[in-house]
Design a protein around this ligand. Structure first.
Ligand code: FAD
Length: 466
């Protein structure tokens, strides 16, 4: 058998702008691609919702790869065993992959690379996931960034590489069978809600740029409105890369300068993702350790009942419950509501941010190794460029501001649908007559708040100050 190239796919499930795949296709050799669901103990296992997305995404990619003569395998196990096994089976002389940035993953890849090279295998790694890799951007003093705004300014001045085109080869094969078993019963809400895969990602992006970008700066905080790009799960699995998005927005601005402000705002949000990866790379295990170490001395409360009520959207605080139910049903939650739900858990309920981060990790389709812990730490106040600890969101006023007619709440918490707008964010304050008219029995059809917002706020301030 002639020699061949192995492409180890990870968070780069696309054909376009995929440098590892493009490099493999340049050689006139057979190519095999593999995805390994890694079980190495040092690596964080994927959460449930992300796994549902992964399987759908691999199905889509399998067809696209087969059209280019590339056979995809799906394996579960330790990649340090699976990759060398595949190399032997295929008589591969080359292995290509796109880089990852979490400390455990990097250490793992470095050690694997060393071993393979010692065995005479050519190994190359590439950047598919970031606009600028963490070691290519630093402050004037040469140190990593710890604050977002200067990071964003520096990023804007960087020459961002253009995306590379779709990797092509004309040698179609029949797509091999990938056997993931049946999705779990709770996956239906996710599968109904989302179109998964590279083609879907492209469609969603162009729809967003055509129809929603102009109003993005004004509307992005309104949870009921479809106003943001919803690119996060596509980015998470690399069905689209940030360079492609950057390039598309720049292109749009060049042809339509009136979109400059909106385009810039959107790219600055994409830059938060880059910043999270910068932190992940430079600060180590941010899913386990508070970036500000003193936060690891806090005596968090341990109230299993309250945590459960929060997870299930049964706290009695309408906008929080709406968000948690949206998450459970669809695997996604609006950014504003992510902040409110995280603030209630870490501040009012004084629960360790890691417990919330882990729940999001299990239930988000976009559960991201950098964005999730960095955002949780931002809300908790323990992060690099965090909101100060004394900022505690008030879910009533936030609800009234960003969901003023209560449409978002009514969509996800139908128990409250008959309440007048005035009470929909604070049903416990309504009088008996109003509740009766709305057929709402507090404590029976919908919970009484599990925590008093104002005393718990004081408690959080006291504790955090200490
Ligand atoms: P858009 O507003 O259209 O933004 C475009 C892209 O920019 C997003 O897809 C995302 O990649 C990036 N982005 C936007 N806002 C942020 C932000 N605040 N921080 C970092 N990147 C951002 N995002 C994830 O991708 N994965 C997570 O696991 C995740 N966990 C979060 C947990 C908490 C507690 C909070 C407060 C935020 C979290 N975010 C996470 C960030 C943000 O909520 C989502 O990226 C955003 O809601 C995704 O929707 P969108 O694609 O429509 O965003």
């Amino acid at each position: 058998m002639a020699s061949s190239t192995l492409v180890w796919l990870r968070n780069d499930l696309r054909i376009a702008d995929n440098p590892a795949l493009a490099a493999a296709l340049k050689n006139e050799e057979p190519i095999h691609a593999v995805y390994v669901l890694e079980t190495d103990r040092a690596l964080r296992p994927l959460g449930g919702a992300a796994k549902v997305w992964l399987h759908e995404s691999l199905k889509a990619l399998n067809d696209a790869l087969a059209e280019r003569g590339v056979r995809l395998s799906y394996r579960e196990g330790q990649s340090k065993t699976v990759i060398p096994e595949m190399i032997r089976e295929m008589k591969a002389e080359r292995v290509y992959w796109n880089r990852r940035y979490d400390p455990a993953g990097r250490a793992h890849d470095a050690s694997l690379k060393k071993g393979l090279k010692a065995d005479g295998i050519a190994v190359e790694s590439f950047n598919a996931a970031l606009l600028v890799e963490p070691w290519d951007i630093a402050t004037k003093q040469g140190t990593p960034y710890g604050v977002f705004t200067p990071f964003w300014k520096a990023l804007r001045d960087k020459l961002i590489a253009d995306p590379i085109g779709r990797a092509e080869r004309h040698s179609e094969i029949k797509p091999p069978a990938l056997d993931f078993g049946k999705p779990p019963f709770w996956a239906n809400g996710i599968l109904e809600r989302w179109a998964v895969g590279e083609e879907a990602a492209k469609r969603v992006l162009s729809g967003f740029l055509d129809d929603l970008l102009a109003d993005y700066p004004n509307d992005r905080d309104l949870p009921r409105k479809r106003a943001t790009s919803e690119m996060s799960p596509h980015l998470r699995f690399g069905e689209i890369g940030p360079r492609q998005i950057w390039f598309a927005v720049r292109h749009l601005i060049a042809s339509n300068p009136s979109m400059a402000n909106a385009g810039d705002k959107f790219l600055s949000e994409l830059a938060w993702r880059e910043f999270s990866y910068h932190l992940l790379y430079h600060r180590g295990d941010i899913a386990r350790h508070s970036m500000q170490e003193r936060f690891d001395e806090i005596e968090w409360r341990s109230d299993a009942k309250a945590l459960h009520a929060w997870q299930k959207g049964q706290t009695g605080i309408p906008i929080v419950d709406a968000g948690m139910r949206q998450l459970w049903r669809t695997g996604w939650m609006h950014n504003r509501v992510r902040m409110l739900t995280a603030s209630l858990l870490t501040k009012n309920l004084l629960t360790d941010w890691r417990k919330g981060e882990q729940w999001f990790w299990d239930t988000l389709v976009d559960a991201d190794p950098a964005n999730n812990p960095a955002s949780w730490q931002w809300v908790a106040g323990s992060g690099a460029d965090a909101a100060p600890y004394f900022r505690i969101f008030n879910p009533i006023t936030q609800g009234e501001k960003f969901d003023s007619r209560g449409d978002y709440v009514r969509e996800w918490v139908p128990e409250l649908r008959n309440l007048p707008d005035k009470w929909v964010h604070k049903p416990w304050m309504a009088d008996v007559e109003t509740l009766d008219k709305a057929e709402l029995k507090l404590g029976i059809t919908y919970p009484i708040p599990i925590v008093d917002l104002s005393t718990s706020r004081e408690r959080a301030l006291e504790t955090l100050k200490r």
